[in-house]
Design a protein around this ligand. Structure first.
Ligand code: LLP
Length: 415
């Protein structure tokens, strides 16, 4: 159930009216629900009862350390793609041996740091990366645990920018070539083969591409067994879609059940890397109407959140719901484009929405908990938004709004 609901004519997050958060911390402001994050994470672990598993939350979706800490307390693992994400997980109390490291461009320094803290596994995305990792591990006199991220060449049928499992995408190793690369990995002195990994894309509403990918991955596992390469885990990545508008999002338990059935009695640990399905609907972006600009042919509502705060509508043409925090019973219903103060025509958060609003009204952009703050920038020298976490009837500032000093940190003029 959504933690965002109307009560006494206003929008609440759990037991807290969003208007109270705006009064205390201003806008734009991200608001997250602890209970919802916990619920969505637990759906994975409960569906995996009786099966060895590790659910590694994809940090890129929302990397605030309060979010990571809430999940770490539930025993979550983490999927990271940089040293920055690694250090966030560690400072949030995540366990190093539950971390997997994905990404096509790991540097030697990043590999070194991950080996130093003892992560669970590197998801290796290319042959060149495998060789480099072996070298770095050798120089430290340690063994690097790896899985190969294979590219199963299935169409995830999602937005082209977030589809990753096609041969034409930069991700992973062609599944046809994988046995050869595994053989090479097995011959390297400082590499220990742990598993097979794949991630085919994000925001999948139809789960059949996951099942197709699993079929291909399982046949690879059987090929590897015939080569005397035994793997101990299967990492199926993230990608489960959520409801933004009217999609019928897959139910986590059904998805996991379908995978468990396919797996049969193979003795492997099942791993997942969910991001969006845990965080997206745990958050909203709270924003205020600055001006109404009524033209003959089009109305604009200029709001204080912009593409630098939330880029999904501009970048992917994503549709995200926009909810009035204190809906008005009086006044004129009009169609508006909701645009930010950034100097770009592409700066919009919602288009052609019919709402009854006035200057100063608060709005909540729904489903903003994933790929919201983490994709924000300082474009137009706008400080990044505050982040707040609601916990029952309490709420806590978990990231202060950026100040002008923050904006210029590290910059100097010439002597
Ligand atoms: N694992 C890997 C290797 C990934 O690349 C990703 C996401 C995930 C896991 C998590 O996928 P999820 O469960 O969140 O679908 N910025 C885009 C989404 C980019 C996804 C990138 N990779 C958006 O806002 O829609």
């Amino acid at each position: 159930m959504s933690p965002f609901h109307y009560k006494n004519g206003e929008l609440y997050a759990e037991s807290v009216p969003l208007s109270a958060i705006a009064t205390d911390f201003g806008s734009p402001c991200y608001v997250y629900s602890r209970a919802y994050l916990e619920q969505r994470f637990t759906e994975y672990t409960e569906a995996l009862t009786g099966q060895d598993h590790l659910v590694c939350y994809a940090v890129k979706a929302n990397s605030n350390i309060a979010v990571l800490n809430v999940l770490a307390r539930l025993g979550a693992g983490f999927d990271i793609v940089s040293t920055g994400e690694l250090e966030r997980v560690l400072s949030a109390g995540g366990q190093p041996d539950r971390i997997v490291f994905s990404g096509v461009g790991k540097t030697a320094a990043e590999m070194q740091r991950a080996l130093e803290v003892g992560i669970h596994c590197f998801n290796v995305e290319s042959e060149a990366e495998l060789e480099r990792l072996n070298g770095v591990a050798a120089s430290m006199n340690v063994i690097a645990p790896i899985s190969l991220r294979v590219n199963p060449d299935v169409d995830a049928k999602t937005h082209p920018y977030i589809s990753t499992g096609l041969r034409d995408n930069k991700f992973g190793i062609d599944i046809e070539r994988a046995p050869e690369v595994y053989r090479r990995a097995a011959s390297l002195a400082n590499i220990n083969i742990k598993g097979v990994d794949c991630h085919i894309g994000s925001q999948l509403i139809d789960t059949s591409p996951f099942i197709d990918a699993l079929d291909r991955v399982l046949s690879l596992v059987d090929t590897l067994a015939s080569m005397d390469i035994t793997i101990s885990h299967l990492d199926l990545g993230g990608g489960l879609g959520v409801r933004y508008r009217d999609e019928t999002a897959p139910v986590t338990a059904d998805y996991i059940q379908a995978i468990r059935e396919k797996l049969g009695n193979r003795k492997v640990t099942l791993m997942f890397e969910p991001g969006r399905s845990i965080a997206a609907n745990a958050g909203v972006l709270l924003t205020k109407v600055e001006y109404l600009k009524l033209n003959d042919h089009k109305n604009f509502a200029i709001i204080d959140a912009a593409m630098n705060d939330m880029i999904r509508p501009s970048l992917y043409d994503a549709w995200m719901d926009l909810l009035p925090v204190q809906p008005r019973q009086d006044g004129v219903l009009r169609h508006y484009d909701f645009v930010g103060p950034v100097c770009e025509t592409g700066d919009f958060l919602a288009k052609d929405r019919e709402l009854c609003i006035q200057e100063g009204d608060l709005l909540a952009l729904a489903s903003s908990g994933a790929y919201g703050f983490t994709m924000s920038s300082n474009y137009n020298s706008r400080g990044r938004a505050a982040e707040v976490m609601v916990d029952g009837d309490q709420y806590h500032l978990v990231r202060a709004r950026e100040t002008v000093t923050d904006l210029m940190r590290g910059e100097t003029v010439l002597p």
